[in-house]
Write a protein that binds this ligand. Structure first.
Ligand code: GMT
Length: 376
């Protein structure tokens, strides 16, 4: 199949899922065209089946806001015609489903019909998309998609609750490529850089937005390190990073916390990690938790959104109510207190992650594409 994938090219989970999906489809022989405003961070172009088309939005002084949707829909029209693309797969409803719908209409006026699959990722529904300023356009473009998928059952329910959606939503969970989990010894990041022998390594990875409840992470770690020698790795960047740095200073634990910023060494860091923290306010899925579990890292998370579909209580880790920092810290200590218990949780985390192996999930997307194309 010739497939166009539209996504955000940044460090966010939706872009990562879209990129990994496209790369695996390309490995299986499909022709993949990524269409976005810069090269996706995890996109390696060394595959003859992978193409990247940049959307350019020329600056014009009249515009207070540059019209990205317009440029994207025009680019989609051009690329569909030029590369004979058979299906559009847009990740994150805003504004991709809207731009995709416009492209479909323009193509239709020229006699070209093309199906569009929209994958809902989370904040496009629960936070941003739900804003009254966007809601009508988001509802409209979801209803106008040929196929709608969501990354968890919880997100599917939220979508029906928050929007007037008349279409079936197919749940296709996020996935992980387990085969790639071996570290590259040439990447210069050693365990000794992070912690000393005998210290547990605890990690959080995110975009440091409010929804991640970053101060909770520092507070959980504060309680853990009082009982168990440990270091905290904070990976990623965003508005709450400075808040966390200040809190670490205030609690006197700044020397036990490393802030990496956006790192390309995530795999290496996770390979040394003993416990992952994700106490988010809401999380449609929690891809970062799954990525940790795929390295055999147990997870302490909140029980909100789709997290219970990924992190299994008492098996791959523990889940607590949002904001219950004490319970999260106690559960973390339970896992970390001795090597035997930690080893068991690590094994279980990997076993749970195996359910989400890309090999099991990719056929679900392929089936959806094939059916959608057949209908046209
Ligand atoms: O985690 C984020 O805030 C980034 C965001 C995104 O749109 O890239 O992540 C969302 O999509 C991920 C991939 O499907 C999910 O794993 C995350 O749980 C989801 N984030 C939220 O729901 C807050």
């Amino acid at each position: 199949m010739r497939i166009a994938i539209v996504c955000y090219p940044t460090f966010g989970g939706s872009g990562v899922v879209a990129t990994e999906l496209g790369l695996e489809l390309a490995r299986q022989g499909h022709e993949i065209h990524f269409i976005t405003y810069s090269q996706p961070v995890r996109l390696a172009l060394l595959n003859p089946n992978v193409h990247y088309h940049e959307v350019n939005v020329p600056e014009y002084p009249l515009f207070h806001y540059q019209p990205y949707e317009l440029a994207l829909s025009s680019k989609l029209v051009d690329m569909v015609k030029l590369h004979k693309i058979e299906i559009l797969h847009v990740h994150y409803a805003i504004p991709h489903a809207y731009a995709g719908y416009m492209a479909k209409q323009m193509l239709k006026s020229e006699g070209i019909e093309i199906p569009m699959v929209t994958t809902l990722h989370g904040t496009d529904i629960t936070l941003v998309g739900n804003h009254p300023f966007y809601k009508p356009a988001v509802s409209f473009s979801i209803n106008k998609s040929d196929v709608v998928t969501s990354v968890s059952k919880s997100l599917k329910e939220d979508t029906y609750k928050l929007f007037n959606i008349k279409k079936d939503i197919h749940v296709i969970p996020n996935f992980i490529e387990l085969d790639k989990n071996t570290t590259d010894p040439t990447i210069p990041c050693n365990r000794s850089v992070m912690a000393q022998v005998g210290e547990r390594i605890i990690t959080h990875i995110s975009n440091f937005r409010k929804v991640k409840r970053i101060p909770d992470i520092v507070k959980i770690f504060y309680q853990i390190q009082k009982e168990i020698p440990a270091k905290l790795m904070m990976v990623g960047d965003g508005p709450e990073k400075e808040v966390a740095e200040a809190l670490c200073q205030e609690l006197g634990i700044a020397n036990k916390v490393i802030f990496f910023g956006n790192s390309n060494e995530i795999d290496k860091i996770l390979s040394y990690t003993d416990l992952f923290l994700l106490p988010s306010e809401t999380e449609s899925f929690g891809l970062a938790a799954l990525e940790a579990m795929a390295w055999g890292v147990p997870v302490i998370s909140s029980n909100s959104g789709g997290l219970p579909e990924v992190n299994f209580e008492g098996v791959s880790g523990f889940l607590s109510d949002v904001g219950d920092v004490d319970a999260m810290a106690q559960n973390a200590i339970k896992i970390l207190k001795d090597d035997l218990t930690l080893c068991e949780f690590k094994r279980n985390a990997l076993t749970v992650a195996q359910k989400f192996d890309i090999k099991n999930i990719l056929p679900l997307y392929v089936e959806i594409y094939e059916e959608a194309i057949k209908k046209y």
